[in-house]
Design a protein around this ligand. Sequence first.
Ligand code: SF4
Length: 689
Amino acid sequence: MENKVLTVCPYCGSGCQLYLLVENGQVVGAEPADGRTNEGNLCLKGHYGWDFLNDPQLLTSRLRKPMIRKEGVLQEVSWEEAIGFTAEKLNAIKEKYGPDAIMGTGSARGPGNEANYVMQKFMRAVIGTNNIDHCARVCHGPSVAGLTYSLGDGAMSNSIPEIENTDLLLIFGYNAAVTHPIVARRIVKAKQKGAVLIVADPRKTESARIADTWLPLKGGTNMALVNAFGHVLIEEELYDKDYVSNFVQGFDEYKANVEKYTPEYAERITGVRAADIRKVMRQYAKSGKAMILYGMGVCQFAQAVDVVKGLASLALLTGHFGRESVGIGPVRGQNNVQGSCDMGALPNVYPGYQSVEDAKIRKKFEKAWGTSLPDKTGYRLTEVPHLILKENKIKAYYIFGEDPVQSDPNAAELREALDQLELVIVQDIFMNKTALHADVILPATSWGEHDGVYSSADRGFQRIRKAIDPPGEVKPDWQIISEVSTAMGYPMAYKNSEEIWDEMRKLCPSFAGASYSKMEALGGVQWPCPSEDHPGTPYLYQGNRFTTPSGKGQLFACEWRAPLEQPDDEYPLTLSTVREVGHYSVRTMTGNCRALSQLSDEPGNIQISLEDAAEHGIADGQLVQVYSRRGHIMARAQVSGRIKKGATYMTYHFWIGACNELTVDYLDPVSKTPEFKYCAVRIEAISDQ
Ligand code: SF4
């Protein structure tokens, strides 16, 4: 008999609600539900992305039993042995080297908010360190840092459904059609309703194709363009003087910093015509409701935080806050990356963005968790290879629901670092590249097999629900972590995910009123939701009260810096990592869905311009070798008229043609986010095929 279970899609931050169709204990299909963000629509991943639950074993196999490495080989063991081994090893390393020798991750993917809450609590209360971070560090870390500085909250100011009702969209470094198809649908609807569409992107993306003005800037010149935008707003007196004097601070310094960025000067750096820079800022400033949306094309550069602050400054200068369909939207990529940040899987904040360095807040958590807590910010995820290889500071790594060998830059260095550790714990659903380096593997339930809450990109808490029983002996993530904790001498005994959620709510003023029952009744709740009778908050900064320490929006501009690795004669092209619409992240899930794996498969593609393909004698579809200063891979050439000469693009989903063998690990100095969008490469055709 068929059963329909309402849940949330696990493939991007759009937070689309869907029904899983269950027959005889197996998921056999998915149907769109009438969710707040998707209103009865799904993209292809929502429609066909459930099949990995049936484990067709096209790519990797589902982890079903715990494993421990014995004499160099991973061997299946009982849960009792795996938990005992993990706890004993962690206690020994903590005793010998101190708590800060242990690093842990949260997970922005399937596990859900409750498991992230338990993981960060485990690292802080049981291990005794703030060394907890997750893959937000390699994507929207700059948004959290930059928007917190400028506005107070490191999240989308407005909501996904509001996009279609704006008068103007400025889309910067964001390819919605591929990363968030349901957001892209809102962009198309906005255009159909008459909104002006401005797209700044080196590639002619789908949004650029339908834009009123496409600004095809050179890769790595974002800050110069954003400064020039600010220059025009001030020089032409397009900014809102009353708004700035009442709600914004830092104007004089900002004005001085953008002074030299005339559109003509910026044109020489960015390649964007000065006349277009002037035109779009006139439109942006005069528009009644204007929204900025941005993505990885902003965040994955070593000057990302500055650009985030610069974009927020444009909205502050023009008063585009505190109303519907305005503001700034960092559209969070992975399904629950907003949630893992919300839950404090970050080295500097507890759940609810409460600083670990604030003594009063720390005391609150110490009282609730019954133990003393560390008072200094922990290590960032992207610092880990250096801390292991160069500083010998980390000895154990508990990797929960992530595959950094596939997803993080400079894979060879990361592999070398993992192999130097005394203990690598991998908790996941499938065998992955990182698990190949594990000393212990703890198999967990997947999306569809457990209950919980995800946070959509626009701060929306929504329930996920168990549809089927898990295979083998796998357990929910929060239960595994609780058992390790108990074995280490700090008993954790939650009955279910709601009990964890309620503990979290009591400690987080912004989330206090977002109960399971309210989510059931309303379909979801957007934070802030401070009390039981509060309905949630679709847009932030009502009344133009910002949540910065001063209560005012903070302007920011600074000098543009070129990307750190530049092409030369040996490596004449640049490489940027991108996404592909049919696949998600490290592809362990979508690669195991038969319908999706038919769309594209190994090896990954490298997109190259018509001019460079001709120059290097490369035909569309031809196999090529791609070299960088860190490694080389095989890929399939995809020759495209949408690519600028000198630039190439690869997705990071594929095992063969894994572009992170090539990428560089230069980091933004504030957020420590890697410069995935720019490194130097060389391509050579493989002739015998
Ligand atoms: Fe899932 Fe995102 Fe597609 Fe919606 S847009 S169905 S959340 S992948």
